[in-house]
Design a protein around this ligand. Structure first.
Ligand code: DGL
Length: 261
C-alpha cells in the first residue's frame, strides 16, 4: 500500500484526457497534474528541449512526493521517456507501450497514427508498433494545428472540421487510428464523422489507465483508503484557456488551479 499521489504531466490540457481515464479506473487514488502551459506547444520543439522540459516537470512531481509518474503526452513519451527512465529512480509510464499492447491484442495490421510534428518525426509510434507487430502497415500524419486549437477550445467548429478533414483525408483502409497526441480525443466526434467507417479510434488514456492499474497492484502501490481521491492541478503559466477546456472535459463547474514556478 502507498497513499502518495500519482503524478501526471503534459504541455497543457491534453493530458486531462488521460487523467480522466485514470480517475475512472483508479478512483481512490490522489493525483497531481502539471500542465506545462508556459512551454506549450511541445509538438514543435526539438528533442533536446523536450528532454529538458520533462526533466523539470518530473523534478517538480518528485518534489511533491508522488509515487509514480505518468507522461500524459505523446511528444514527451516518444522523445524523452527512455532518457527520463535513465535519470530518475521512480516508475514512469508513457502512452506508447500500453497502446501497442492493445493493438497487438486486437491483431490490427493496418494502423493510422496522427500526432504532433515532433512525435511523427521521432518515429516513436511506428518503431514500437513494428517491434511488436512486424507485418503492420502504419500510416503517419503530423497534425500541428490540432493541439493549439484544442487549447483554444476549438474542437467542434467549422475550422476544426476543416483541419481534421485536411489532416486525415489521405489515411485509407485502416482498422485503427491512434490519437497519438493526448489533445486529440477532444476531436473524437469529428474524427469519427470524417472516417465514416468502422475504424477503432484509440484514446491512449484508456490503455494507460489499464497499464497503471496493473502496475500499481503488481507492486503493492495502491492507495489504502476507501475515499474518493483528490486531484490537484498546477500550471506553469496561468495566462491561458486551460480552465475552460478542462472544466468542460471534466464536466465540472469549478476547477482550482495553482501556479508552479
Ligand atoms: N498533448 C501532447 C502530446 O500528446 C503535446 C501537444 C503539444 O504540446 O504540442 O503530444
Amino acid at each position: 500500500m502507498n497513499d502518495k499521489p500519482i503524478g501526471i504531466f503534459d504541455s497543457g490540457v491534453g493530458g486531462v484526457t488521460v487523467l480522466k481515464e485514470l480517475q475512472k479506473l483508479l478512483p481512490n487514488e490522489d493525483y497531481i497534474y502539471i500542465g506545462d502551459t508556459a512551454s506549450f506547444p511541445y509538438g514543435s520543439k526539438s528533442k533536446k528541449t523536450i528532454i529538458e522540459l520533462c526533466k523539470k516537470r518530473i523534478e517538480n512531481l518528485i518534489d511533491m512526493e508522488v509515487k509514480i509518474i505518468v507522461i500524459a503526452c505523446g511528444t514527451a513519451t516518444s522523445q524523452a521517456l527512455e532518457e527520463m527512465r535513465k535519470i530518475f529512480n521512480i516508475p514512469i509510464i508513457g502512452i506508447i507501450k500500453p497502446t501497442v499492447k492493445y493493438l497487438k491484442g486486437k491483431n490490427y495490421k493496418n494502423i493510422g497514427v496522427i500526432a504532433t510534428t515532433g512525435t511523427i518525426r521521432s518515429n516513436g509510434w511506428e518503431e514500437n508498433i513494428r517491434k511488436s507487430i512486424p507485418d503492420a502497415k502504419v500510416q503517419n500524419k503530423a497534425c500541428p494545428l490540432l493541439a493549439p486549437m484544442a487549447e483554444e477550445g476549438w474542437t467542434n467548429n467549422e475550422i476544426a472540421k476543416l483541419a481534421v478533414h485536411e489532416y486525415i483525408k489521405d489515411i485509407k483502409d485502416i482498422e485503427a487510428l491512434i490519437l497519438g497526441c493526448t489533445h486529440y480525443p477532444l476531436f473524437k466526434e469529428i474524427i469519427e464523422r470524417e472516417l465514416k467507417s468502422n475504424v477503432d479510434i484509440i484514446n491512449t488514456g484508456e490503455m494507460v489507465a489499464e497499464e497503471l492499474k496493473e502496475f500499481i497492484y503488481a507492486n503493492n502501490l495502491e492507495n489504502s483508503t476507501e475515499k474518493s481521491g483528490n486531484t490537484e492541478i498546477f500550471l506553469t503559466d496561468l495566462e491561458c484557456n486551460f480552465i475552460n477546456v478542462a472544466k468542460s472535459l471534466m464536466q465540472k463547474d469549478r476547477i482550482d488551479i495553482q501556479k508552479i514556478d
